[in-house]
Design a binder for this molecule. Structure first.
Ligand code: GRF
Length: 192
């Protein structure tokens, strides 16, 4: 059973998708050992509590490393986590940190491209296709090895909100598929 710590900063819809898929058995071989939020009072923490999962608020790198180790974390999943991880965390969990980004990386990603700004840029560029990407986190911003991507159509008349909602649905599907893929790779390597 791979221990997953999920890092959040907001509503936690991606967290909820992972919780649900574990409960239905669609995400096998994993358990969420804790949810760590960068901010107090976010709905993601309520989702954790409802699911009986330990929730913590952690604001500095030293505490984050301590809390990740305290629960024997083997995979770190960034689910709407809005802080950039310090190199010390990347090094401690090399190729063990996954993120979901709401565009087809390498387009519309990197510094300043998050949330609605991503979708507005896609629309402003006249794109007819966008999507979501699950990737490993390295020292760059949205630059780690891609694990899984899926396209999402941009409809005529889309706003950043309508496109965000459509992409978010795909995020919820591919994030757990990406996590499952990484878990299967870890199990194959025997490296827990
Ligand atoms: C999502 O749009 C995701 O692309 C980004 O954070 C946003 C909020 O996610 N990483 P959530 O609803 O808090 O999971």
């Amino acid at each position: 059973m791979v221990n997953i710590s999920v890092l959040v900063s907001g509503g936690g819809t991606n967290l909820q998708a992972i919780i649900d898929k574990i409960q239905t058995g669609d995400l096998a071989g994993a358990q969420i050992v804790q949810v760590i939020s960068s901010r107090e009072g976010v709905f993601a923490l309520e989702r954790a509590e409802k699911a009986g999962i330990k929730g913590k608020v952690v604001k500095d790198t030293e505490s984050l490393l301590a809390e990740l180790a305290a629960e024997n974390t083997e995979l770190v999943v960034l689910a709407g986590y809005m802080k950039v991880l310090e190199p010390a965390v990347i090094q401690a969990y090399r190729q063990r940190i996954l993120n979901i980004h709401p565009s087809l990386i390498p387009k519309y990603c990197g510094k300043g491209f998050y949330g609605k700004r991503v979708h507005q840029a896609v629309i402003d560029a006249g794109e007819t296709v966008s999507g979501a990407t699950v990737h490993f986190v390295d020292e760059g911003v949205d630059t780690g090895e891609i694990i899984l991507q899926r396209q999402v159509p941009v409809e005529p008349g889309d706003t950043a909100d309508t496109l965000a909602a459509r992409v978010l649905e795909t995020e919820h599907v591919i994030f757990t598929e990406g996590i499952q893929k990484v878990i299967q790779q870890l199990e194959k390597k025997g490296g827990k």
